[in-house]
Each structure stands twice: as structure tokens, then as C-alpha cells.
Design a protein around this ligand. Sequence first.
Ligand SMILES: *Cc1c(COP(=O)(O)O)cnc(C)c1O
Length: 355
Amino acid sequence: MIIRDGTATYLRDADNGYRAGYVYGRTDNASVQQAERMIAALEGADEALLFGSGMAAATSVLLALDKPTHIVASQVMYYGFREWLSGIGRYGHSVTFVDTSDLDAVRAAVRPGETGLFWIETPSNPLWTITDIAAVSDIAHAAGAILCVDSTVATPIFTRPLALGADIVMHSATKYLNGHSDVVAGALATVGHNPLWERIAKIRSKFGSALSPFDSWLLMRGMRTLDVRVRTQAQTAATLAEKLVGHPALAEVLYPGLATHVGHDVALRQMKGGFGGMLSIRIRNGAKAAVAVAACVELWNRATSLGGIESLIEHRSSIEGEGSPCPCDLLRLSCGLEDADELYYDLTRALSVAS
Ligand SMILES: *Cc1c(COP(=O)(O)O)cnc(C)c1O
């Protein structure tokens, strides 16, 4: 049998070279690179790297630090990464979690000479807290540190963190970039050249944490409709947020597109064309009532994750567990592509049945 150039290995040329540039599947693959070029183009980046999950992408940044480093990170962020970061001491680093929407708190958290990395998520899970990327980038660079932004929820359609001063942008590509809830993937993208990036790329090839070629192909299929999907999802989220404000069963509606949201002015400045497809509601009667509301929906799906074409509802504190800043009366809503009026009807029916 003759090896066909493909996923796991590639033929050497007769002169022992690798003219096509591909050697072995863990490090080189044309489908993966094609998907990476799409992400780099979307983010205005020079380079992008795809990983087997968002967590593999995020943790690779930390694993690439070359000396004991103090990290300043958003207090409200994807709980899985916050939990992992909390244990970063085992790698010789330290972390301070702050409300990164409060720039004075960010400045106060800096330890001169020690702080080497800022990690922010905006809008951040599940309160949709907005952090001013340009302002934090100034603080980070004045401290000689690198700024990494988890832009999963904003998507490159609404926010371009690299253009606002971030050094690295991260995505759980499982979410909006893929959009079809059938791939788990992560991405990092960067501009210019920095030694941290080189080490991240090396870690990916040595750890074997790159995305598979088939998943890269699925991801490319998903990214072709990114623009139309997320604009529709953001429109639905905005419509629902506006209609839900003042509902008697709700204590609060959290959506950065609402003028009453604390981060609205910054969101207006850094999010172009939409505020994303995620919102949260807080149920006036508390945690039990929130779980009961989620039990009564028919069109929304009770499931974790976000960014897919199917609308999801989730009682977040059940999954985030102890130590989470998520209120126990909160339901997180990921708007899909179903009709906004039907989603509203289904949710308000559940609210009246359960309360
Ligand atoms: C899901 C998610 C992650 C983790 O990504 P995985 O692909 O699940 O590993 C990180 N950040 C945000 C904002 C997420 O929503």
C-alpha cells in the first residue's frame, strides 16, 4: 500500500526533504491551517492556532509562561477556567481575581515587576460584565504585561480585541465560531511576534492538543455562516431583553445592550453592530423557582454550552458549584435561531406556570 498524504503522516521526497511542508499529523495539517487562516482573518490577526477545546487553548497560554508570573484575571468568567486558574500556584504562578470592569481595581491589582499576564473575558459569563479592552490593554502594557482576551461571547463580528490593544484573543470555538453544537474546539490568535506565542505553538505540538482535521473542516463549515448567525442571535437576545424588562416574575434582566446595564457605555464603544446572543434573567422567587422555570420550557433546550443554533437555558449555579459569583436565582439564556416571538412566548409561559 502507498501512503496517501493525509491526516497522520506524509511522504518524504526522494531527496529526503518535505517540499510540501507537512511532516506529521500532530504538528502539520492543511485543513487545520486553513481553518486557522479563517480565524486570523476574522480577528485581524497575523496568526491563529486551533486546539482540541477552548480550555486547551486557554491553558496553553498559561503553560507557556517562562518564569513565575503574577496574573490579573476577571472575577466573573467562564467557571471552568476560573477554577483551573485558582490552582495555578502549582505551576509557580499566582493569580488575583478582580472586577475588571472597575479600572481602579485593575490598577490596584498590579504588582510591579511581577504581573506578567492579564486575562479578561468580555462580555463575561454569566453576568455579561463588560471590561474596557483598550483601557486594560494600556494598564497591562504599562506594567510590561501581556493582555489575553476571551472573546468567545463577543465573537469577531462584534469585537476585535487585537485592534483594541490585546496581545492574544482566545475563543471557545465550540460556541459561536462553530455554531452547530457538534465540535469542541478552541482558538488563539495574535498580532506581531512575541516569544510567548512561539512557546504556545511548541506546547501545542508537543502536548498534541491541536484540533483534528475533520473537526477543523466542520468548524470551517460553521464559520461560513458566522456573520448571519450571530447577528440574528444578537437581535433575538436584544428583543427578548427589552421585552422581559419589568416582567413581574423577574428580579433583573442582564444584557449589555440594555441602557440600564452597568457596562452599556463601554459596550457601545467596543462592540460594533451588536451586543451578542447571550443574556441572563434572575428569578424573583429564588433558586427553586429558577429551576422550575427551566423545567417548564418546551422550545428552549435545558443544556449547558452556548452559541449554537438551538436556544439553550441553564440554571448556572447548579453547574458552577461553590465559590462561584453566579447568583443562585440566575438562568442563562443562549439565543439560537428560532423565532424570537416564539422564544419569548415559551419563556413567559414557563415563567407564569412556575411562579
Ligand atoms: C465554553 C467556554 C470556554 C471553554 O471552552 P471549551 O471549548 O468548552 O473547552 C471558555 N470560555 C468561554 C467564555 C466559554 O463559553
